[in-house]
Design a binder for this molecule. Structure first.
Ligand code: DQA
Length: 144
């Protein structure tokens, strides 16, 4: 099985950005740990990050077209991108999986973070466990 692990805006700054919220591991270390765990489970991972809504939507379309499961950290797009939501809805309503993940627990943070426009069209949501949010998502996808 091949999956896409997609990261939205500002996640390229992981490790340097608000380490008290997001920890001190950088994105490359996330990629390494996630890819290594996925490979142990027999899953091939394509790990990507973008600051562009356009590019992220294009990647969801690619997953939709190729019927690939997605682990998505939509970052700030979580809270307001109806365009990303529509792409995710196209993907999941066709029977494909998409797990929304967050490093922090947005529900325990500022009010604007307590709304996700993605969650209602995701297969499931995992938040608040740092890197483990992604690993738990991968393990869930490995269950089939
Ligand atoms: C985040 C939470 C979002 O509110 C924020 O905009 C991010 C990261 C997380 O992983 O905790 O950039 O998605």
């Amino acid at each position: 099985m091949k999956i896409l692990v997609l990261n939205g805006p500002n996640l390229n700054l992981l490790g340097a950005r608000e380490p008290e919220v997001y920890g001190d591991m950088d994105l490359q270390a996330f990629d390494k740990a996630i890819t290594s765990r996925a490979n142990e489970l027999g899953i091939e991972v394509d790990f990507r990050q973008t600051n562009s809504e356009d590019e992220l939507i294009g990647w969801i379309h690619e997953a939709f077209t190729n019927k690939l499961a997605v682990v998505l950290n939509p970052a700030a797009f979580t809270h307001y991108s109806y365009a990303l939501r529509d792409a995710c809805a196209a993907h999941t309503s066709a029977g494909n999986k998409l797990i929304e993940v967050h490093i922090s627990n947005p529900h325990a943070r500022e009010e604007f973070r307590q709304t996700s426009v993605i969650s209602a069209v995701a297969t499931g949501v995992i938040a608040g466990f740092g890197l483990d949010s992604y690993l738990l998502a991968i393990e869930q996808l490995a269950r089939g």
